[in-house]
Design a protein around this ligand. Structure first.
Ligand SMILES: [Zn+2]
Ligand SMILES: [Zn+2]
Length: 269
């Protein structure tokens, strides 16, 4: 499939979230370009669905002067690492993730399979077909620095936001309180096909069919709430900002047990 086809078929979307932040949707998952237009210094966060390699390279080539300094992965689920092996080879740049996520990125550990019984939507029921096997970046994947700095970026820190996966991270820039949340919080009800197609804008907890530790997931929502982000770009759905973001974070935290943790399921008890 060519990039032009992808665009015309509505499988992608570009959102300029801040002057140096571009969010690109690959089918139903976002990748984020951090860096000003024309810059040589930039970083890619997550790599989206497979088959979008050419499109990501095209957007990068139009916007920047050269390859990124690094690729940062919020976690290793198939829909966030779909193009990482090809991009790493194409650009020859280091890839970083949390140490607890690295076994899933070096072929040592597979994620537990998705639980199609939670969430009650078609995307959930189809999730038995989502790949859960580890990919293998071998010696091209590195641990994020212990001091919480983000390689290739100044003014950013990585924040451990586990629950959805053990080594899930979000990225935070204090200067404008901008958060790249990965799947710790998302703004579509990812379990529902309708919600995904319409890309409705409502804050939700992590996609439930893949979330294995709900207590940690709740603590991560609290952690994010305490960061008081002004703008959040999430792994799925549109960016959310301002009062709508703070109010929704508060509600998500307070109602987490009722609104978000599935009543029953493989990973609930
Ligand atoms: Zn995920
Ligand atoms: Zn995801």
């Amino acid at each position: 499939m060519t990039s032009d086809n992808l665009i015309t078929e509505g499988l992608t979307g570009l959102e300029e979230v801040a002057p140096d932040i571009l969010s690109l949707r690959t089918l139903f998952v976002n990748v984020v370009f951090i860096g000003e237009t024309g810059s040589r210094n930039w970083v890619l966060v997550d790599t989206g669905m497979a088959r979008f390699t050419d499109y990501i390279v095209q957007v990068a080539t139009e916007r920047f002067q050269g390859p990124p300094s690094a690729i940062i992965l919020t976690h290793g689920h198939f829909d966030h690492v779909g193009t990482v092996i090809e991009l790493e080879q194409f650009w020859g740049v280091p890839v970083y993730a949390h140490p607890l996520e690295i076994p899933y990125l070096t072929g040592l550990k597979d994620y537990p399979p998705a639980d199609p019984s939670v969430g009650g939507g078609l995307m959930s029921r189809l999730s038995f077909a989502y790949p859960n096997e580890a990919i293998n970046l071998d010696d091209r994947i590195f641990s994020l620095p212990k001091d919480h700095s983000v390689p290739g970026l100044s003014g950013w820190e990585w924040v451990h936001t586990p629950g959805h996966t053990p080594g899930h991270v979000s990225l935070f820039r204090e200067a404008d309180r901008l958060l790249i949340a990965g799947d710790a919080i998302i703004t579509v009800k990812q379990e529902s096909l309708w919600s995904v197609l319409l890309q409705d804008k409502q804050l939700h907890g992590p996609p439930s069919y893949f979330t294995t530790d709900w207590q940690a997931a709740h603590q991560s929502v609290q952690h994010i709430r305490h960061l008081e982000p002004k703008l959040a770009i999430t792994g799925h759905g549109h960016a959310l900002s301002g009062d709508m973001l703070s109010e929704s974070l508060k509600r998500l935290d307070l109602d987490f047990e009722e609104s978000t943790v599935p009543d029953h399921g493989k990973y609930v008890d």
